[in-house]
Design a protein around this ligand. Structure first.
Ligand code: ATP
Length: 427
């Protein structure tokens, strides 16, 4: 298990991580989410002993990384896939890591096969695409067959087949009882991969809960109801019936109604009683992306000025208009289980970003909110285009259960994919 307790990291005046406490348990994939610059990599680096916390602690199996016996055998990590000696071949890179930790050379060939790089094993890694580099980094993390794995954006640069492979690999590793902690900005992918989420914003914990609970706590539940086109009186009758029953019906741009406050069967019964025919009656199901956008909207540091002007990155479709807190989001009072309460705001949720737009979502020319952070200027998007690599590999082509990692044979030393300050820990 990975545990953070009151973890805090300051770089001069910048607080990258503030009082973060959470646990990452074995047997499930735990997603680590947060906007750019929210402190995910810093947190991972502190867990791996690469950065010292300013205060608080991070432990693996109850010990700081540096005190974990045979740490490279217990913990594997992909932090920065580019942290490779480009002049070395993939195989010799892995071989050097293996030798430092006493891992037999045959394990290098095994992991090269697992990540699908066996055909390019002799090629220098500096010629690798982004996706190939990611695969090499994942191979290094798996080298020692560790029980605890941390991956910082493992699907960055992977093609769709590679993304599917990583998804299956993460799930398989967790199903084997390992602790798997994965950061990613790809919400659709996280929804398919992770069961549990730790969400941070500006270095602070925003949520620690299952994916299912996270989505339901941050979704706007509503029903889409459609009456026959060209019969507006049908729609009006239904709108009136819904209002009388205590629900709200608002017109959608396509002529349907967005109904809140009533369950689907009740809407159906009301339509039947009012002799209104329905062409559609469907629940709106929020995606993880919608829920995440809603939760983190107020904690985004980097946002395109073009998007602000165009009104983009506002509430995604399906969310309540400004001023109305969607169902499932308590405007005041009760804090859903798993939510972190920001210091100084006892018993309240983080502000609802849709009812109350963040400071960066103001109309151009509007006066800034007093005390609100200013949007950073001139920030480009830090993520590049995906690479084209698509070499065949064993997991993308098999349904589960795949066999990504050979069973834990007699203990072999395994390096985390880290710079080598800790290789002296290897036995
Ligand atoms: N060595 C450092 N010195 C000064 N500031 C740092 C250092 N490392 C990180 N930071 C700052 O700490 C904050 C958190 O950075 P971090 O890289 O942990 O965020 P992140 O959530 O991983 O971001 P991204 O999603 O963009 O990778 C940022 O504001 C960053 O500029």
């Amino acid at each position: 298990m990975i545990e953070a307790v009151g973890l805090t990291k300051r770089y001069g005046p910048k607080t990258a991580v503030h009082n973060l406490s959470f646990q990452v348990r074995p047997g499930t994939v735990t997603g680590f989410l947060g906007p750019n610059g929210s402190g995910k990599s810093t947190t991972m680096r502190m867990i791996l002993g690469l950065d010292a916390p300013t205060s608080g602690r991070a432990t693996i199996g109850g010990r700081p990384f540096r005190d974990v016996p045979n740490a490279p055998r217990q913990v594997g990590a992909l932090l920065d896939a580019k942290a490779v000696h480009g002049g070395r071949s993939a195989r010799s890179h892995l071989l050097s890591l293996a030798q430092l930790s006493g891992i037999p050379a045959r394990r290098v060939d095994e992991v090269l096969g697992v990540v699908g790089l066996q055909d390019v094993a002799q090629r220098r890694s500096k010629g690798f695409s982004l996706g190939m580099g990611q695969r090499l980094g994942i191979a290094a993390a798996l080298l020692g067959d560790p029980q605890v794995l941390l991956f910082d954006e493992p699907v960055n640069g992977l093609d769709p087949e590679g993304i599917l492979w990583v998804r299956n690999l993460m799930k398989q590793l967790a199903a084997e009882g390992r602790t798997v902690f994965v950061s990613s900005h790809l919400m659709s992918e996280m929804a398919l991969t992770a069961e549990h989420l730790i969400v941070i914003g500006r270095g602070q914990l925003l949520a620690d809960m299952s994916v299912k609970d996270f989505i339901s706590a941050n979704s706007a539940d509503f029903a889409r109801v459609r009456t026959p086109d060209g019969e507006p009186e049908q729609r009006e009758k239904l709108t009136a019936a819904i209002g009388e029953a205590g629900g709200q019906a608002a017109p959608e741009p396509d002529g349907a109604l967005r109904v809140t406050g009533l369950p689907l069967p009740r809407i159906s019964d009301l339509a039947h009683a009012a002799e209104v025919r329905l062409w559609e009656l469907s629940p709106h199901q929020a995606s993880l992306e919608e829920a995440y956008m809603r939760m983190t909207q107020g904690a985004v540091d980097y946002r395109s000025t073009i998007d602000q002007r165009a009104g983009l990155q506002q509430a995604p479709a399906g969310y309540a208009p400004q001023g109305a807190a969607p169902q499932g989001y308590a405007p005041q009072g009760a804090v859903p289980q798993g939510y972190a309460v920001p210091p100084g705001v006892p018993g309240q949720l983080p502000p609802n970003p849709y009812g109350q737009p963040g400071p960066y979502a103001q109309a151009p020319g509007a006066a800034p909110v007093p005390g609100a952070p200013l949007p950073p200027q001139g920030q480009g998007h830090p993520y590049g285009a995906p690479g084209p690599y698509g070499a065949p590999h064993p997991y993308g082509q098999q349904p589960q259960p795949a066999a990504p990692v050979p069973p834990a044979a007699p203990p072999v030393a395994a390096p985390a994919d880290l710079p080598m300050p800790h290789h002296e820990d290897a036995r």
